[in-house]
Design a protein around this ligand. Structure first.
Ligand code: SF4
Length: 355
């Protein structure tokens, strides 16, 4: 676990769960798997979670709860955004419902006591929806959260500061504040399947992370209400969207796949049309050639789209790390640090700005 994080949309990671199994095309270059099999291979939280296949670490399928770290968010007193189980999946099928409830109870208490924002992101959207809709799950969560809060509030102070000592009765009809519930989706099929569960999951804040962005996604964010008018014609009224935030980004690390800029623009524009906050996290290893030329040599903009020769002049070796897309755009592999996070010349900071 870490009190700080390099992930742009959070402040800290709480690695209460480590170990996982691949469920989606986006898992192919799983960062957590690589880390568990290399740098953290001998760390007690990761040892034995991967084995080597063709020289690369692959999950064994074991999932571990790091119980020693259970109360970490309760010990951090300065309010921050905390990414829960950043190196695993909180709703993995190998975890018991009661274990997930115990983790949830800490999340609720951590928000209540210290104003932390807890961010949960899963690819197991169906299980998340089922659990967060189950009254017996909430019964356990409420009881354990209450115990954490009582243990940490002085009995004398409790009388003076009743609000701090008194927790709400949370459940499907009253989801707890301060907990972001999200799914990841990389292409249309994953978007359709997972966001349908997310939409029906009780939550006070819902978000989707599209990283890496691997295909065109039509978000279908705004539902429409169709009313029959008395004189015949139908009246169509947009309903407020159920989604609070979309985070998008490209892939980083070895074997990273490039994303055409048009896909990011489309996500940004759909969010703007639906009134959903948008965060462009990063380009990743690859960046659009024109975006890169705008960054490193703004005067080139007038000269039109970047060519191989132009890219070479900018110091980019275009022999291997160039990929041409069917829409006519080109991606350059310049590395995550150089690629940065400007989209059409500006930052999009929806996650940082979200309450
Ligand atoms: S679900 Fe997440 S942690 Fe699990 S394998 Fe896929 S990318 Fe890695």
């Amino acid at each position: 676990m870490a009190e700080t994080s390099a992930i742009e949309w959070t402040d800290a990671t709480w690695n209460i769960v480590t170990g996982c199994s691949l469920v989606s095309p986006a898992c192919t270059h799983c960062y957590a798997m690589r880390l568990a099999g290399t740098r953290l291979k001998h760390h007690p939280s990761r040892a034995g979670l991967t084995r080597e296949v063709n020289g690369k670490p692959v999950w064994t399928g074991e999932v571990r709860i790091n119980w020693d770290w259970l109360e970490q968010p309760l010990q951090w007193t300065r309010a921050r955004k905390i990414f829960v189980a950043a190196h695993g999946d909180l709703f993995h099928e190998k975890l018991a419902a009661s274990e997930i409830a115990t983790i949830f109870a800490v999340m609720i208490a951590a928000h209540h006591l210290h104003d932390h924002i807890l961010q949960v992101l899963t690819k197991r959207a169906r299980r998340m929806r089922e659990l967060l809709s189950d009254p017996s799950f909430w019964e356990q969560v409420n009881a354990e959260a209450e115990a954490h809060v009582m243990e940490r509030t002085d009995p004398l102070e409790r009388r003076r500061d009743d609000a701090r000592a008194t927790l709400g009765e949370y459940g499907a009809d009253n989801p707890p504040p301060g907990i972001w519930i999200g799914v990841t989706a990389e292409r249309q099929p994953e978007w359709d399947e997972r966001t349908e569960h997310l939409r029906r999951t009780p939550a006070s804040f819902r978000f989707v992370s599209i990283e890496p962005t691997l295909g065109v996604i039509s978000m279908r964010l705004v539902e429409t209400l169709i009313l029959a008018g008395e004189s015949g014609p139908m009246h169509i009224a947009p309903l407020p969207t159920w989604l609070d935030l979309v985070i998008a980004g490209g892939e980083s690390g070895p074997g990273a796949r490039p994303t055409p800029i048009a896909l990011f623009r489309s996500l940004r524009d759909q969010c703007a049309a639906a009134g959903v906050a948008f965060d462009f996290k990063q380009w990743g290893e690859w960046i659009d050639a024109d975006e890169f030329s705008r960054m490193v040599a703004p005067e080139r903009i007038a000269a039109g789209p970047l060519t191989f020769a132009g890219a070479t002049k900018l110091g980019v070796d275009c022999l291997a790390p160039c990929e041409h897309h069917s829409d006519g755009s080109t991606s350059l592999r310049v590395g995550k640090r150089r690629a940065g996070r400007l989209l059409d010349g500006r930052e999009h900071n929806g996650a940082r700005e979200a309450a």
